[in-house]
Design a protein around this ligand. Structure first.
Ligand SMILES: C[S@@+](CC[C@H](N)C(=O)[O-])C[C@H]1O[C@@H](n2cnc3c(N)ncnc32)[C@H](O)[C@@H]1O
Length: 269
């Protein structure tokens, strides 16, 4: 069984590189703090669709309610992808997924969504159907953010659903199903006790066939900001199950030696 989120004091994203949203080299999207709205709602401007997404962070509630740096990097890439797919590191992966989807909207699952910004922006910029997920106590804020952006997301043909999905729980995977083209996540490799449950969910989603039929290829795209050496054990374990390659490396932000890396995981045959 998966451990729930523990040891919140161990990581403080503000001191552990929850860097200024504007510092990423590729950052096309800007954030405006909306003083008129309660509960730290920020407007994030998406240039590609000339629109904004509104995201509520509840920082005092813990790590799950804050925007992490890898999310910012992935949102930026999604926005830039829509502006010019020919220059986008996501193009090959998205084109292959679209080819497999046979003209229906892409179905995307996001794991450990936190505020939900990545899934909401994916739905808005790709016009796809996204299910954003997290631990049960995070679902209410996810739903709040999904509802706040329903109209904007719908205007590009996108849609967002919200669900609870605890890593390592087979019953949660069975409930949500395996009919996705792409799995997305950002900043989900941090506490080492969560490595195995996360990999187990990926294994159940991407490699296990519940009905005996051959599984369709699902791709996992993960934005990650490396903080500790111990994280190499996550990648070592992952590489036993998946081919892992790098789609993109962000330049380091000011004061940091590392930048966000976007990885692609594909199941080994
Ligand atoms: C560091 S935060 C990143 C949040 C968001 N993806 C972002 O980049 O802003 C990690 C997220 O993983 C979620 N999480 C932690 N343990 C989990 C578990 N066992 N099952 C599902 N989600 C979990 C947390 O609730 C949190 O939202």
């Amino acid at each position: 069984m998966a451990n729930q989120e523990l040891d919140e004091d161990e990581i403080n994203p503000f001191t552990m590189l929850l860097t200024n949203d504007q510092d990423h080299t590729l950052n096309s999207f800007a954030t405006v703090h909306d003083e008129s709205t309660p509960n730290q709602q920020d407007l994030h401007i998406l240039r590609s669709i000339q629109s904004t997404v509104v995201i509520r962070q509840l920082r005092s509630e813990g790590l799950s309610f804050q925007l992490w740096p890898a999310a910012t990097a992935l949102v930026t890439l999604l926005d830039l992808h829509r502006i010019d797919p020919s220059k986008s590191p996501l193009s090959t992966t998205l084109s292959a997924a679209r080819a497999g989807a046979n003209n229906r909207p892409l179905r995307i699952l996001e794991l450990g969504s936190g505020t939900g910004i990545v899934g909401i922006v994916a739905a808005a910029t790709l016009g796809c159907h996204v299910t954003i997920t997290d631990l049960p106590h995070v679902v209410q804020n996810l739903q709040f953010n999904a509802d706040a952006n329903k109209e904007g997301v719908g205007s590009t043909g996108g849609a967002v659903k919200v669900a609870s999905l605890r890593w390592g729980h087979a019953d949660d995977v069975d409930k949500i199903g395996r009919e996705f083209d792409i799995i997305l996540a950002s900043d989900v490799v941090y506490h080492d006790h969560l490595y195995d449950p996360l990999l187990e969910t990926l294994r159940m989603m991407m490699l296990v066939s519940g009905d005996g039929k051959e599984r369709k290829k699902m791709v996992f795209v993960m934005a990650h900001l490396r903080r500790w050496k111990k994280e190499s054990s996550f990648f070592k374990k992952a590489k036993k199950l998946f081919e892992v390659d790098v789609l993109h490396r962000d330049s380091p932000c000011d004061g940091s030696r590392v930048g966000v890396i976007i990885y692609r995981f594909v199941g080994k045959v």
